[in-house]
Design a protein. Structure first.
Length: 202
Protein backbone atom coordinates (compact mmCIF):
# COMPACT_ATOMS: atom_id res chain seq x y z
CA UNK A 1 0.00 0.00 0.00
CA UNK A 2 1.28 3.45 -0.90
CA UNK A 3 2.49 5.51 2.10
CA UNK A 4 0.10 8.39 1.38
CA UNK A 5 -2.90 6.06 1.35
CA UNK A 6 -1.73 4.30 4.52
CA UNK A 7 -1.29 7.63 6.29
CA UNK A 8 -4.74 8.83 5.18
CA UNK A 9 -6.39 5.62 6.35
CA UNK A 10 -4.77 5.76 9.79
CA UNK A 11 -5.63 9.43 10.20
CA UNK A 12 -9.21 8.73 9.14
CA UNK A 13 -9.44 5.90 11.68
CA UNK A 14 -8.16 8.25 14.40
CA UNK A 15 -10.75 10.91 13.56
CA UNK A 16 -13.48 8.26 13.53
CA UNK A 17 -12.54 7.18 17.05
CA UNK A 18 -12.71 10.80 18.22
CA UNK A 19 -16.14 11.56 16.76
CA UNK A 20 -17.73 8.13 17.29
CA UNK A 21 -19.04 8.98 20.79
CA UNK A 22 -20.75 12.05 19.30
CA UNK A 23 -22.48 9.87 16.70
CA UNK A 24 -23.57 7.40 19.38
CA UNK A 25 -24.86 10.22 21.61
CA UNK A 26 -26.82 11.74 18.72
CA UNK A 27 -28.27 8.39 17.66
CA UNK A 28 -29.02 7.02 21.15
CA UNK A 29 -29.29 10.13 23.37
CA UNK A 30 -30.81 8.20 26.32
CA UNK A 31 -31.58 10.69 29.11
CA UNK A 32 -29.86 13.54 27.22
CA UNK A 33 -32.62 13.95 24.64
CA UNK A 34 -34.34 17.32 24.47
CA UNK A 35 -31.72 19.33 26.29
CA UNK A 36 -30.94 22.92 25.14
CA UNK A 37 -28.54 23.32 22.23
CA UNK A 38 -25.69 24.94 24.15
CA UNK A 39 -25.84 22.30 26.84
CA UNK A 40 -25.69 19.56 24.20
CA UNK A 41 -22.80 21.36 22.49
CA UNK A 42 -20.98 21.55 25.83
CA UNK A 43 -21.51 17.83 26.37
CA UNK A 44 -20.18 17.18 22.85
CA UNK A 45 -17.02 19.13 23.73
CA UNK A 46 -16.62 16.95 26.81
CA UNK A 47 -17.02 13.68 24.92
CA UNK A 48 -14.60 14.79 22.20
CA UNK A 49 -12.04 15.83 24.83
CA UNK A 50 -12.37 12.47 26.58
CA UNK A 51 -11.83 10.57 23.32
CA UNK A 52 -8.76 12.65 22.48
CA UNK A 53 -7.28 12.09 25.96
CA UNK A 54 -7.98 8.36 25.83
CA UNK A 55 -6.27 7.93 22.48
CA UNK A 56 -3.32 10.15 23.32
CA UNK A 57 -1.75 6.88 24.48
CA UNK A 58 -2.13 5.45 20.97
CA UNK A 59 0.05 8.25 19.57
CA UNK A 60 2.99 7.34 21.82
CA UNK A 61 2.47 3.58 22.09
CA UNK A 62 5.18 2.78 19.51
CA UNK A 63 2.92 0.37 17.64
CA UNK A 64 4.86 -0.38 14.47
CA UNK A 65 1.87 -0.15 12.11
CA UNK A 66 1.18 3.40 13.29
CA UNK A 67 4.76 4.66 13.61
CA UNK A 68 5.49 3.23 10.16
CA UNK A 69 2.78 5.40 8.63
CA UNK A 70 3.74 8.68 10.30
CA UNK A 71 7.11 8.40 12.04
CA UNK A 72 7.58 8.63 15.80
CA UNK A 73 8.67 12.29 15.79
CA UNK A 74 5.54 13.35 13.91
CA UNK A 75 3.34 11.36 16.29
CA UNK A 76 4.96 12.96 19.34
CA UNK A 77 4.37 16.43 17.94
CA UNK A 78 0.78 15.54 17.07
CA UNK A 79 0.39 14.13 20.60
CA UNK A 80 1.35 17.51 22.06
CA UNK A 81 -0.94 19.42 19.72
CA UNK A 82 -3.95 17.21 20.39
CA UNK A 83 -3.32 17.57 24.11
CA UNK A 84 -3.78 21.31 23.67
CA UNK A 85 -6.94 20.72 21.62
CA UNK A 86 -8.32 18.54 24.42
CA UNK A 87 -7.57 21.27 26.97
CA UNK A 88 -9.44 23.85 24.87
CA UNK A 89 -12.41 21.49 24.50
CA UNK A 90 -12.48 20.91 28.26
CA UNK A 91 -12.49 24.67 28.88
CA UNK A 92 -15.32 25.01 26.35
CA UNK A 93 -17.19 22.14 27.98
CA UNK A 94 -17.00 23.75 31.40
CA UNK A 95 -17.92 27.23 30.14
CA UNK A 96 -20.96 25.98 28.22
CA UNK A 97 -22.24 23.80 31.06
CA UNK A 98 -22.07 26.70 33.53
CA UNK A 99 -23.68 28.95 30.90
CA UNK A 100 -26.49 26.40 30.73
CA UNK A 101 -27.30 26.77 34.41
CA UNK A 102 -24.87 24.68 36.42
CA UNK A 103 -24.11 26.53 39.70
CA UNK A 104 -20.70 28.19 39.88
CA UNK A 105 -20.34 26.84 43.42
CA UNK A 106 -19.66 23.45 41.79
CA UNK A 107 -16.24 24.76 40.77
CA UNK A 108 -15.22 24.11 44.36
CA UNK A 109 -14.93 20.31 44.67
CA UNK A 110 -14.86 20.58 48.46
CA UNK A 111 -18.13 22.50 48.72
CA UNK A 112 -20.83 20.71 50.72
CA UNK A 113 -23.34 21.68 48.01
CA UNK A 114 -21.36 19.95 45.28
CA UNK A 115 -22.26 16.57 43.80
CA UNK A 116 -19.76 13.74 43.38
CA UNK A 117 -20.25 13.56 39.61
CA UNK A 118 -19.03 17.14 39.37
CA UNK A 119 -16.24 16.67 41.90
CA UNK A 120 -14.63 13.98 39.73
CA UNK A 121 -14.78 16.33 36.74
CA UNK A 122 -13.10 19.13 38.69
CA UNK A 123 -10.39 16.76 39.92
CA UNK A 124 -9.83 15.64 36.30
CA UNK A 125 -9.50 19.27 35.20
CA UNK A 126 -6.99 19.88 38.00
CA UNK A 127 -4.93 16.89 36.87
CA UNK A 128 -4.94 18.21 33.30
CA UNK A 129 -3.92 21.69 34.45
CA UNK A 130 -0.99 20.33 36.46
CA UNK A 131 -0.07 18.08 33.54
CA UNK A 132 0.09 21.07 31.19
CA UNK A 133 2.16 23.15 33.63
CA UNK A 134 4.63 20.32 34.19
CA UNK A 135 4.89 19.50 30.47
CA UNK A 136 5.21 23.06 29.16
CA UNK A 137 7.45 24.25 31.97
CA UNK A 138 9.61 21.17 32.52
CA UNK A 139 12.91 22.87 31.72
CA UNK A 140 12.05 26.05 33.59
CA UNK A 141 10.97 24.02 36.61
CA UNK A 142 14.17 21.93 36.29
CA UNK A 143 12.32 18.64 36.33
CA UNK A 144 14.40 15.69 35.18
CA UNK A 145 13.17 13.69 32.18
CA UNK A 146 12.60 10.54 34.24
CA UNK A 147 10.61 12.43 36.88
CA UNK A 148 8.62 14.22 34.18
CA UNK A 149 7.83 10.98 32.35
CA UNK A 150 6.61 9.34 35.56
CA UNK A 151 4.54 12.38 36.53
CA UNK A 152 3.18 12.80 33.01
CA UNK A 153 2.01 9.20 32.84
CA UNK A 154 0.39 9.29 36.28
CA UNK A 155 -1.45 12.58 35.67
CA UNK A 156 -2.62 11.52 32.20
CA UNK A 157 -4.01 8.24 33.49
CA UNK A 158 -5.64 9.99 36.45
CA UNK A 159 -7.24 12.59 34.17
CA UNK A 160 -8.73 9.94 31.87
CA UNK A 161 -10.00 7.79 34.75
CA UNK A 162 -11.51 10.74 36.63
CA UNK A 163 -13.12 12.03 33.42
CA UNK A 164 -14.64 8.62 32.78
CA UNK A 165 -16.13 8.48 36.30
CA UNK A 166 -17.41 12.05 35.84
CA UNK A 167 -19.31 11.36 32.64
CA UNK A 168 -20.65 7.99 33.80
CA UNK A 169 -21.97 9.43 37.07
CA UNK A 170 -23.66 12.35 35.33
CA UNK A 171 -25.51 9.90 33.11
CA UNK A 172 -27.67 11.62 30.48
CA UNK A 173 -26.00 10.76 27.15
CA UNK A 174 -23.77 8.18 28.85
CA UNK A 175 -26.70 6.42 30.51
CA UNK A 176 -27.64 4.37 27.43
CA UNK A 177 -26.28 0.90 26.76
CA UNK A 178 -24.69 1.78 23.36
CA UNK A 179 -22.60 4.59 24.87
CA UNK A 180 -21.58 2.51 27.87
CA UNK A 181 -20.56 -0.32 25.56
CA UNK A 182 -18.48 2.06 23.45
CA UNK A 183 -16.81 3.52 26.54
CA UNK A 184 -16.04 0.00 27.77
CA UNK A 185 -14.35 -0.77 24.43
CA UNK A 186 -12.37 2.47 24.65
CA UNK A 187 -11.24 1.61 28.18
CA UNK A 188 -10.10 -1.86 27.11
CA UNK A 189 -8.16 -0.31 24.22
CA UNK A 190 -6.64 2.25 26.58
CA UNK A 191 -5.48 -0.39 29.04
CA UNK A 192 -4.04 -2.49 26.21
CA UNK A 193 -2.16 0.48 24.74
CA UNK A 194 -0.82 1.51 28.13
CA UNK A 195 0.34 -2.05 28.85
CA UNK A 196 2.05 -2.17 25.46
CA UNK A 197 3.82 1.13 26.07
CA UNK A 198 4.91 0.41 29.66
CA UNK A 199 5.47 -3.34 29.84
CA UNK A 200 5.74 -4.84 26.38
CA UNK A 201 7.60 -2.20 24.39
CA UNK A 202 8.85 0.53 26.75
Amino acid sequence: MRPVIKTALWFGAYLLLIVLPLFVAATWPAEGAGRPFWMQFGVACGFAAFSIMAFEFALISKVRLVTGAFGQDVLLQFHRQMGMVAAVLIAGHAALMFRSGYPLAWLNPFSADNVWAMRWGIFAAMAILVLMVVSLGRRRLRISYDAWQLTHGFLAEAAVLLSLVHLLMFGAFSAGRPMRLLLAVYCIALVALRAWFVAIKP
